[in-house]
Design a protein around this ligand. Structure first.
Ligand SMILES: Cc1cc2nc3c(=O)[nH]c(=O)nc-3n(C[C@H](O)[C@H](O)[C@H](O)COP(=O)(O)O)c2cc1C
Length: 567
C-alpha cells in the first residue's frame, strides 16, 4: 500500500528517529553524540523546510529537497568539468578557452594526432594554403588609423583589447590588461566607464564614450567639452571611440545601481558616489546622422585631431546607410568604425537582447565594408571588428571579410584568468576578473596576469603570421574573402567571396546594389534622419518575404556554377 505522506517525509522521519535514538544512546556512551548532533541539526533543517514558504519542493520533501538546490547551484561547474564536450559553445568552447590559456601561459599549443573537428560537417571553414608559403619573421602586424581629417594617426596592432569598463571588470583586471598592452604595444579600449587610474599603467588607450559620457559629462548627463578635451589629450589616449551600440544589448540603456558606485568608480565616471546612474539608450548630443558626424568632428577637434570613430552593432540597414549618406553630404569622415557582432559579450544584458537583437558580426562587417567601398570612402576609414574572436583563424576570417583589425573582449578576460563562470552580473566572480569585491579581486595577481595578456597577444600574432604565410601572403591585410572556404553541405563548398559579395569602388554611387537589401534600403536612407524616406510598410513589402539580403543567394554576384569551388 502506498503512503504518500510517508514517502515524502521518509528521510525527515528517519533522521528524526535517528536523532532521538542517538540522544538516548549518548546517555550511556558519549560517542553516540556523533550521530545525534548531525541528526538534530538536520531535523531542525527539516522543520524549517516545512515552515518556509519560498520553495514548495522543500516543504514537500524536507531535508532531501535541499539537494535539488545544492546540485542546481553547482550544475555549471559539473557541466563544465565533466559533461561538456570540447567543441560545445557555452558561449566559448573548451577548445577556445584552452587555446587562450595555453598561449597566455606559454604552454604547448600544438595538437597531436590530427584535427578533432569533423571536416565534412556543415559550416566547417578553412584557409586555402599556397604552394609558395611566405616566411614571415616580424609578426608585429600594424595598420595606421587616421583619415584625411585626423592630425595624429595611430599605428595600431591588428589585435587589441575590446572595450570593458572599470566597473564591469575589477581594478586588478584592468591594470593587468593595460600593463599587458604596454608590454605588447597594442591598444586597450577603456570601455564606457571612463578612464580610471587602473587604465593609466602606460598602455595605449582607446577612449570608449557611451551615451552617459562618463568622465566627460555635466551633471545633467550632457557632454562637457572642457572635461573631454583635458582627458582626450592625455598622451596615452590614442583614439576616441563613440559607442553607438554594443552587440550584446544594442538599443538598450542601463542603470548603474548606486550600491556599485564606489568612490573610485565615481571618480572615473564623474558621477556622485552611491547614487543610481542612468545610461540612456540614445545619445543626448545628437539625433540625426549629420548630428552624429558633427559630434565626431567636435570630439576629434577637441582631442587635438586624434583618430575618432564609432562603434556599432548594425541594426536597420537604412540607418547605417543614413550615416554613410551623411558622410557624403557633410564631408566629415570618421577615422574608423568598429563593428560589434550580436554574438558580443557584456557584463549583463537582458536575455532577449543577448540572444535575439542585432546583426551577427560577419553579415554586419560585410555590410559596413561594402557600404564604404560602394561610396568610395573605404580608403579613408578603417574598420575594427569584435565578436567571439579568439584564435588566429578567427582573426584571419574576420580580416578576410573586410576588417582592418580585430578586438577581443572575453578572449583577454580568459587571459587574465576568467573561467567562464558566467556570474559577472552577481559581483561574485570566482577569479576576481569581473567583480568589485576587493577581496575577490585581490586574488588576481597583476604582474602574473599582465604577462599572460602579453603572451596571449604575442603568441596569437605568431599564429596569425604562420596562417597568413601558409596562404602565401606577406601581411594579414592582404587576406580577402576568397582565401577562406566554407562547407555548405556534405557535397558543396563555397569561398566566402561567393557567400558574401564584394562591392567595387563607387558601386553604390553608380546604382550597382548587388543585393535586394542595398537596392531597397540605400535609396530610402537619408542623411538628415535615421528614419527612411518612405513608409516602413512599403519598405517592408519591397524587402519581400524572402529576407536573405546579405547573401549571394538572392542575387548571385557571379554565375551560380562559379560560386562553387571544388578545392
Ligand atoms: C564584461 C564586458 C564589459 C563590456 N563593456 C563594454 C563597454 O563598456 N563598452 C563597449 O563598447 N563594449 C563593451 N563590451 C563589449 C566588448 O567590448 C566587445 O565588443 C564584445 O564583447 C565582443 O567581443 P568578444 O566576443 O571578444 O567579447 C563589454 C563586454 C564584456 C564581456
Amino acid at each position: 500500500m502506498r503512503i504518500p505522506f510517508f514517502s515524502r517525509y521518509l528521510v525527515f522521519v528517519l533522521i528524526a528517529i535517528l536523532a532521538v535514538v542517538g540522544l538516548i544512546l549518548s546517555l550511556f556512551n558519549a560517542n553516540w553524540l556523533w550521530l545525534a548532533i548531525p541528526c538534530i541539526i538536520l531535523t531542525g533543517l527539516g522543520i524549517y523546510d516545512m515552515k518556509q514558504v519560498r520553495h514548495s519542493i522543500r516543504r514537500n520533501y524536507p531535508i532531501i529537497g535541499n539537494l535539488r538546490f545544492l546540485l542546481e547551484s553547482i550544475r555549471p561547474e559539473i557541466r563544465q568539468y565533466f559533461i561538456e564536450n570540447d567543441t560545445e559553445n557555452l558561449p566559448f568552447s573548451r577548445l577556445q578557452r584552452s587555446i587562450v590559456y595555453q598561449r597566455a601561459k606559454q604552454q604547448i599549443d600544438k595538437r597531436p594526432f590530427g584535427t578533432i573537428k569533423d571536416v565534412y560537417e556543415k559550416d566547417y571553414e578553412w584557409i586555402n594554403h599556397s604552394m609558395h608559403p611566405f616566411h614571415i619573421t616580424d609578426t608585429d602586424f600594424r595598420i595606421t588609423v587616421g583619415g584625411p581629417q585626423c592630425k595624429q594617426p595611430y599605428s595600431m596592432s591588428i589585435f587589441n583589447i575590446s572595450a570593458m569598463s572599470f566597473g564591469a571588470l575589477s581594478a586588478n583586471a584592468v591594470s593587468a590588461l593595460n600593463r599587458g598592452a604596454l608590454k605588447g604595444k597594442f591598444a586597450h579600449d577603456t570601455g564606457e566607464g571612463g578612464i580610471s587610474k587602473y587604465h593609466l599603467q602606460g598602455g595605449d588607450l582607446i577612449w570608449n564614450i557611451g551615451s552617459s559620457y562618463f568622465g566627460c559629462r555635466n551633471e545633467d548627463g550632457t557632454f562637457n567639452d572642457e572635461k573631454f578635451a583635458e582627458k582626450a589629450r592625455h598622451p596615452n589616449v590614442k583614439m576616441i571611440e563613440l559607442k553607438v551600440s554594443q552587440g550584446a544589448k544594442p538599443g538598450h540603456g542601463g542603470i548603474l545601481p548606486g550600491a556599485k558606485v564606489t568612490a573610485e568608480i565615481a571618480e572615473a565616471r564623474g558621477i556622485p558616489i552611491g547614487i543610481d546612474c542612468n545610461s540612456p539608450s540614445t545619445h543626448p548630443e545628437f539625433d540625426t546622422p549629420i548630428g552624429m558626424l558633427k559630434f565626431i568632428q567636435r570630439m576629434r577637434d577637441l582631442s587635438g585631431g586624434k583618430p575618432t570613430g564609432f562603434k556599432i552593432c548594425v541594426g536597420h540597414a537604412w540607418e547605417f546607410f543614413a550615416i554613410a549618406k551623411a558622410m557624403l553630404e557633410t564631408g566629415i569622415y570618421p577615422d574608423f568604425i568598429v563593428v560589434d557582432g550580436a554574438e558580443g559579450g557584456t557584463g549583463a544584458a537582458p536575455v532577449e537582447f543577448a540572444d535575439h537583437v542585432g546583426t551577427p558580426l560577419r553579415e554586419a562587417l560585410r555590410l559596413v565594408h561594402n557600404t564604404l567601398v560602394g561610396i568610395g570612402l573605404r580608403k579613408h576609414i578603417k574598420i575594427g571588428a569584435a565578436g567571439k574572436i579568439i584564435s588566429a583563424f578567427d582573426i584571419a576570417r574576420t580580416l578576410s571579410l573586410g576588417a582592418d583589425w580585430c578586438n577581443a573582449g572575453r578572449g583577454f578576460m580568459f587571459a587574465v584568468g576568467c573561467i567562464q563562470a558566467q556570474v559577472c552580473h552577481t559581483d561574485k566572480c570566482p577569479t576576481g576578473v569581473a567583480t568589485q569585491d576587493p577581496k575577490r579581486a585581490k586574488a588576481l595577481d597583476v604582474d602574473n596576469k599582465s604577462e599572460r595578456v602579453y603572451n596571449y597577444h604575442r603568441n596569437t600574432m605568431r599564429a596569425v603570421g604562420e596562417l597568413v604565410g601558409a596562404a602565401g601572403l606577406s601581411h594579414p591585410n592582404l587576406l580577402k574573402a576568397h582565401h577562406i572556404a566554407r562547407r555548405i553541405s556534405p557535397t558543396e563548398i563555397r569561398l566566402l567571396s561567393a557567400i558574401y559579395p564584394e562591392f567595387q569602388e563607387n558601386d553604390l554611387l553608380n546604382g550597382i546594389y548587388h543585393s535586394r537589401l542595398f537596392e531597397v534600403a540605400w535609396p530610402v536612407a537619408r542623411a538628415d534622419s535615421f528614419d527612411p524616406n518612405e513608409q516602413m510598410e512599403e519598405l517592408m513589402i519591397k524587402l519581400n518575404a524572402v529576407y536573405r539580403p546579405y547573401t549571394a543567394t538572392t542575387i548571385p554576384i557571379v554565375p551560380e556554377e562559379k560560386n562553387t569551388s571544388s578545392t
